[in-house]
Design a protein around this ligand. Structure first.
Ligand code: SF4
Length: 263
């Protein structure tokens, strides 16, 4: 095992910029095999990634964190993807129901500190429960979403999960996403057409006005805009020396030092 740092991915990330999202998904599956999964919260971009896997017959499980306080529309979207695309969606849940959590800790999401604790327990911890099972998570973060995501790299280390995030839509524009969803009649969360630009838990998400930033509807009661739950490491302040610990042979394959496969 050796450490692979974010800095060591710099050159590879440059070459990845010219690849299409589907090529990137195929690359991930080729390099990481069965230890690859999609991570989707059933928003527009996550549904786009799910559709790409389905339409191109790239067999990958889909991890979905069900916080227990999601909108019914989000759960229905997940169920439609299972039913109509035949996807293997693995729902990950927190240890406590929200009722149990409130009983023990109170209503956490009403303060900044409480929100961090609540998101940690209801979002990050369920995902961490499968840490060690995957070396790569195919995700749907896009630079077009602005704020902390303006510079999201295609390949990003995730030290907590000890895996790579493969942000296959990183350089996909808003218009390209809208065109793909429309042209392919992709199943998407119906809340998007009701003014919800981004969608999280029902306790902490509201619709946005046309002239508001995309993330204004998240934790509106706490402000300022552009807060993040912390489930995506690149939404936090990451440094170039952050690293993951992976088998040497796998690192060679990632960095293209050992090519014994066809891309
Ligand atoms: S979004 Fe709100 S309800 Fe959901 S986990 Fe975070 S703080 Fe808790």
């Amino acid at each position: 095992m050796s450490l692979l740092t974010q800095a060591e991915l710099t050159d590879l990330n440059h070459t990845m910029e010219s690849r299409t999202p589907i090529e990137l998904m195929v690359w991930a599956k080729t390099i990481f095999g069965e230890r690859t999964a999609i991570l989707s919260s059933m928003q527009r971009a996550g549904c786009m990634v799910c559709h790409m896997a389905y339409a191109n017959r790239i067999d990958l499980p889909v991890l979905f964190v069900d916080t227990g306080v999601l909108f019914q529309e989000t759960l229905d979207t997940r169920d439609r993807l299972i039913r109509e695309y035949g996807l293997n969606v693995i729902s990950l849940s927190p240890k406590q129901t929200m009722v149990e959590q409130v009983k023990e800790f109170g209503v956490l999401y009403l303060s900044h500190e409480g929100q961090e604790q609540c998101c940690e327990m209801r979002k990050t911890a369920p995902l961490l429960s499968v840490a060690g099972q995957y070396d790569a998570l195919v995700a749907s973060l896009r630079r077009g979403d602005g704020e902390k995501r303006k510079k999201v790299p295609i390949l990003a280390v995730d030290p907590k999960m000890n895996c790579l995030r493969v942000n296959i839509l990183a350089n996909v524009t808003d218009q390209e996403m809208v065109d793909y969803l429309r042209d392919n009649s992709v199943i998407i969360n119906p809340l998007h057409s009701q003014g919800y630009t981004t969608i999280g838990c029902n306790r902490c998400t509201t619709p946005t006005l046309p002239d508001e930033p995309k993330r204004a509807g998240r934790w509106r009661h706490l402000g300022p805009w552009a807060m993040y739950c912390g489930i995506n490491p690149t939404d936090l302040n990451q440094s170039a020396d952050q690293a993951v610990d992976l088998p040497d042979e796998l690192i060679d394959r990632i960095l293209g030092r050992k090519v014994d496969y066809a891309i």
